[in-house]
Design a protein around this ligand. Structure first.
Ligand code: FAD
Length: 555
């Protein structure tokens, strides 16, 4: 008999995730955790069992766009894969959105919700994408105060009944620019009490959604971002047909292959202004805060999935006389990745906590500035980590990691998107600089830093906390002195330093708690290793030399 390597297996994804369980034990009151643990156990079982099997079986299925029916009618039907259909039902029934709005766990509702998201996302091949936009739309509508739209859409967006549940799109990107949305060409024309929209949306991922929030320029408004308004669109008319929307094609993408990302033309689609006839970019900001938080948690959850598989494989795969799990160099490699996951996890969930505090009105103005700072920082740090970690995870399986029907390559391809959509790393780094302009965000961050550092007592953890504080200080000194092009050129290094050093402090807090309450030193090991992986990216680069290099000559 030839030798066959056993495939890696997943257990209950809640029970097996020490990082998630330990965090929840620290962050939630014990009674509350007890009350919700059944939901987490059930979803963890589904994620590692039925859904994982379905993912493997569904591997080759992709969404199919049928533009015309047999009789020449334009239908633009999009059929999603069986896994996605299951995911849609589950998302409603398990309250992936509802949990945040029912607030059964009060001010902890976002932690509760994102614990579910963490388990759900890597098990459903990026169904988190439409869910993130759905949650974001619910939040933006709630923040708009538009009573009519709130009454119309929120009950659907937050429903636990699959028959009532709606998802929402977020139609921002046009071919003129996804980052520079001020270039948006879609025009809004008045039509009695409502509006009609005309334009082309270049990336619309939730092409099967019942509604969308989108940006358009009311006729006569000035150019740039300020002249845009935020609009609410229902995609289908009373007869169930797309309402003056043409789906040209689905994008042929590197990853997120299950996500039906479409190019659309809107040709007089009825729309309602959400909050006035301008300031659309400002009014869509609550949506982006939510989708970016989903992105951070999703990026982290992908790292966790890769590590769960790699760890199981390392116990089984024998090379040079011993399982990989006993080989010092393989152990060292996996340890570095686990440390990245743990630090990213605590950074992402800190953003989650801030979102929750913001919604329950316990944040002052400085706290709100901190949300504006931490949300993009968490998104950009975890987005970068995820692609790097998943690339190493692929290698940790050797050749098998590169073979499609193991399901492993899809993890890397999907993870690559987390640093691109919802704001690229550079664009978010520049946003971080803008969030610092008032000075209040840095002061609020400083308070958090001191609070975190003061709780650390273990001698070796104190070293880690000191190195985090030193990096944060260097970042603050750098930003106090940088200006003009040098400031812009260093923005990414600055944002990554801020994020990674702050993540290290969060990890130190968890590690101290875990030593004190669980007699467990694994989070401590993660903090020590993450500090070694490096948190300080500040460097005095010479922009003239960078120009020579990047442009292959002076420009
Ligand atoms: C799979 C997928 C699904 C998507 N789904 C949606 C969706 O549903 N709805 C939606 O609205 N959008 C969606 N997008 C679009 C996505 O949000 C944009 O692609 C993204 O925001 C970047 O915009 P862009 O493609 O125009 O790139 P550009 O803005 O052209 O950026 C190109 C490069 O330039 C860099 N850059 C840009 N400006 C600066 C600057 N000032 N300084 C330094 N560097 C800069 C960027 O970092 C990037 O590396 C999706 C994208 C993907 C890949």
């Amino acid at each position: 008999m030839p030798f066959n390597q056993p495939a890696p297996q997943l257990g209950n994804q809640y029970t097996d995730d020490r990082v998630l369980r330990s965090y929840l034990a620290r962050a939630l009151p014990a009674e509350m955790l007890k009350a919700i643990e059944r939901e987490l156990l059930e979803l963890g079982e589904l994620a590692g069992g039925e859904l994982y099997r379905l993912q493997i079986a569904d591997r080759l299925n992709e969404p199919v766009h049928t533009p015309w029916d047999a009789w020449g009618n334009r239908v633009d039907h999009i059929e999603v894969s069986p896994l996605w259909k299951r995911a849609e039902r589950l998302a409603a029934e398990r309250g992936l959105i509802a949990t945040a709005y029912e607030r059964r766990t009060g001010r902890h509702a976002r932690i509760h919700q994102f614990a579910l998201v963490h388990l759900f996302t890597p098990a459903t091949d990026v169904y988190s994408c439409p869910l993130a936009m759905t949650d974001g739309a619910a939040r933006a509508l709630a923040a708009s105060g538009n009573k009519q739209l709130i009454e119309r859409a929120l009950p659907h967006l937050t429903s636990r009944d699959p028959a009532q549940f709606w998802t929402s799109g977020q139609w921002m990107t046009e071919s003129t620019g996804g980052s520079d949305v001020g270039l948006t060409q879609t025009i809004a024309k008045r039509d009695g009490a409502r509006w009609r929209l005309y334009g082309r949306k270049w990336f619309t991922s939730a092409a099967t959604s019942q509604m969308a929030l989108t940006l358009a320029r009311p006729e006569g408004n000035p150019g740039g971002g300020k002249g845009l308004a935020l609009f609410y669109v229902e995609t289908r008319n009373a007869a169930g047909q797309l309402d003056n929307i043409l789906v040209h094609r689905l994008k042929d993408k590197f990853g997120t292959r299950k996500v039906p990302t479409a190019e659309l033309t809107i040709e007089g689609t009825p729309a309602q202004a959400v909050a006035g006839e301008a300031d659309g970019v400002r009014n869509i900001a609550p949506m982006l805060n939510v989708t970016r938080t989903w992105n951070s948690v999703s990026a982290v959850s992908y790292m966790r999935r890769g590590l769960a598989l790699a760890r199981d494989y390392a116990k089984k795969r024998v090379a040079f006389g011993a399982p990989l799990a006993e080989k010092a160099l393989h152990v060292d490699t996996l340890a570095g990745l686990q440390a990245e996951y743990e630090a990213g996890f605590h950074l992402a969930f800190f953003a989650v906590e801030l979102l929750g505090r913001d919604e329950t009105d316990t944040l002052d103005a400085a706290g709100k500035d901190l949300v504006r700072l931490i949300t993009p920082v968490a998104k950009l740090v975890t987005g970068k980590q995820s692609a790097t970690v998943l690339s190493e995870i692929m290698e940790s399986f050797g050749g098998a990691g590169y073979v499609e029907d193991t399901g492993l390559p899809a993890l890397l391809r999907d993870a690559q998107v987390f640093s691109i959509w919802e704001g690229t790393t550079n664009v978010l780094s520049l946003e971080v600089l803008r969030a610092l302009q008032s000075g209040a965000a840095l002061s609020a961050l400083q308070i958090e830093i001191e609070m975190l550092a003061s709780g650390v007592r273990d001698v070796r953890l104190l070293d880690c906390a000191r190195s985090a504080q030193a990096a944060l200080l260097r970042a603050q000194q750098w930003i106090a002195n940088a200006s003009g092009d040098a400031l812009e050129a260093g923005a990414r290094r600055f944002a990554l330093t801020l994020g990674r050093a702050f993540a290290l402090l969060l990890l130190c807090r968890q590690a101290q708690w875990s030593i004190d309450h669980e007699k467990d030193r694994r989070a401590f090991a993660a903090a020590a290793r993450f500090a070694q992986n490096g948190v300080d990216m500040i460097a005095a680069e010479d922009l003239a030399l960078s120009r020579l290099l990047a442009n292959d000559g002076p420009v």
